[in-house]
Design a protein around this ligand. Structure first.
Ligand code: 5GP
Ligand code: MG
Length: 183
């Protein structure tokens, strides 16, 4: 399968990008305790690399958030489950960690829901941000890499349950899209 994969961000570049984001996060929070909220499942690899670069007290929480039922090829409303979140987010700084900021709808819907829990602040860190795609009036606070509007996989990001375990970020060519979804 990997013959068709076009590497967009290599392992060493990812390491540097994650280190850079971690430094920015550390400067921002100045040692204050942080609650890192990973959006499952595709933020998993980024999240685990990121927290190992953070030298501040932190708690990690995970929330499932995925597009709901598909409708005419477009993802339906976002399904966010905050039940797993510890109730004492109150008075802590919250950092949402996600894989890709595309239209921004995920972040846009998540922030007010987290805000209702009464934290000090809610900010967002994403590994990738797609150029020219934003459809909401909010930008992520910390961004690893700005990329073109291409379909990416790898480094935790899947397509039809494949490619999540690639150690780099690759572009999935049009020819590959639509293939491989059926077992
Ligand atoms: P947004 O809510 O910002 O439009 O979309 C964010 C989510 O859409 C990402 O967290 C990711 O799950 C999915 N997504 C957006 N672009 C891509 C892509 O290029 N590849 C994959 N596999 N998922 C994507
Ligand atoms: Mg996602």
């Amino acid at each position: 399968m990997d013959d068709a994969m076009k590497v967009l961000i290599a392992e060493e570049q990812l390491r540097e990008g994650v280190r850079r984001i971690a430094q920015q996060i550390q400067q921002r929070y100045q040692g204050r305790p942080l609650t890192v909220v990973g959006v499952l499942t595709s933020s998993l690899v980024f999240l685990s690399d990121l927290i190992r670069q953070l030298d501040i007290p932190l708690r990690v929480e995970l929330i499932p958030a995925r597009a709901g039922a598909r409708n005419g090829g477009r993802p339906g409303p976002l399904v966010i489950n905050l039940d797993l979140l510890a109730p004492d987010v109150r008075d802590r700084d919250v950092l949402v960690v996600d894989d890709i900021f595309d239209t921004g709808h995920t972040v846009w819907e998540l922030i007010p829901q987290l805000d209702e829990l009464g934290p000090n602040s809610v900010r967002t860190a994403v590994l990738l941000r797609k150029q020219g795609r934003r459809a909401v009036p909010v930008e992520p606070d910390f961004v690893g890499f700005d990329i073109a509007d291409v379909f990416v996989v790898g480094y935790g990001i899947d397509y039809a349950d494949r490619y999540r375990n690639l150690p780099y970020v690759a572009v999935l060519e049009d020819a590959e899209l639509g293939r491989g979804s059926k077992p």
